[in-house]
Ligand binder design. Sequence first.
Ligand code: ATP
Ligand code: MG
Length: 366
Amino acid sequence: MNPAIEKPEVKTLGILGNGQLGQMLATSIAEQTNLTVNLYDLRAYDETSLQQFLNANDRISYETENIPAHIVIQMESVESKVYPSLTALKTFQNRLTEKNALRAAGIATAEFHAVNCLADIHDAVTKLGLPIIMKTTTEGYDGKGQFVLRQPSDATAAWAEIGNRELIAEAFVPFIREISVIGCRSETGEINVWPMTENIHHEGILRYSLYPAHGFSKEKQAIAERYIEQIANSLDYVGTITLELFETEDNLIANEVAPRVHNSGHWSIEGAKTSQFRNHMLAVTGQEITATDSLYPAVAMINVISDETPTEAANGMSDTHVHSYGKEARPARKLGHVTITADNSDDRDKKITQLEGLIPEGVWSK
Ligand code: ATP
Ligand code: MG
């Protein structure tokens, strides 16, 4: 592009999806009165209203990569104004193209094998050994659409339960823990990376994230930062991007990418100089991104799930921020989150213990 040609100012940004991520994205830049943010409810989709939405906004972004194929096809009509790009969206929508992109960018992943029929599962066992994690290539979240294959005779059950569609078989990674790294890349190619969190899941759902991750080495931190830069640069990515990682004894193995803000980065609203939401909005509207350093020595983010309610205690506690998404309680549904900021990890952990009621029994272990 000729640098002499100024791009027109972005006055309207449309976000596909009006869930909590879309709302937190909009809120993060609310003070920019010369930018109007519009949210599109994907559940109320119809072709005409979507086309109108796509045409009416200067730029289009999205809060989720789980966008159905017919909508992605419609987005192609305005491809040049979609940020992060449609190429990025399509790449990370499918676990096979995602893993191939990670590999191509020089990032370590689990060994994997494409599965399109029962016989492919047996080939996967031969190639990968056991156990194997089988996943649908599209539409999985919170551990849905997965099957752990422990013996070859499980193959039929696996194919019946999640198969009859494209699957990926992944070698089991014997990880120590799960870490995520979130970065944001601007149109000019600048990348800022947030401090990394350790993420604790229960029954496939993120329950809490901790910064700093206990004993996480400088070497591994450097690997994670390099990974996020490599994947973002390789796709000329614009916006916030998340890489979920497995930490093993001596390495980090990429699990998956979210082409968006991530639950493990919610702490950045109060905890970082710029939140993951705000930098995404700055990047996708063509503005410079700003600093991502932590404002506190220690931070935690605890999800409020199912019918848990942020306790009175949380509302009354100092350095504790309760976010409620205004959703009706439903099993396994994320209803809100609580962010804790602290002067050190011990203080942080004491506060988490006070809020232990938000975490399933046995899952908080400090
Ligand atoms: P989420 O929405 O929480 O990110 P998801 O449905 O997209 O989940 P994954 O993140 O791929 O699915 O997997 C869910 C969890 O299953 C991981 O966080 C990890 O605990 C476990 N898991 C997935 N793949 C592997 C693997 N290859 N080896 C070991 N454990 C795995
Ligand atoms: Mg995941």
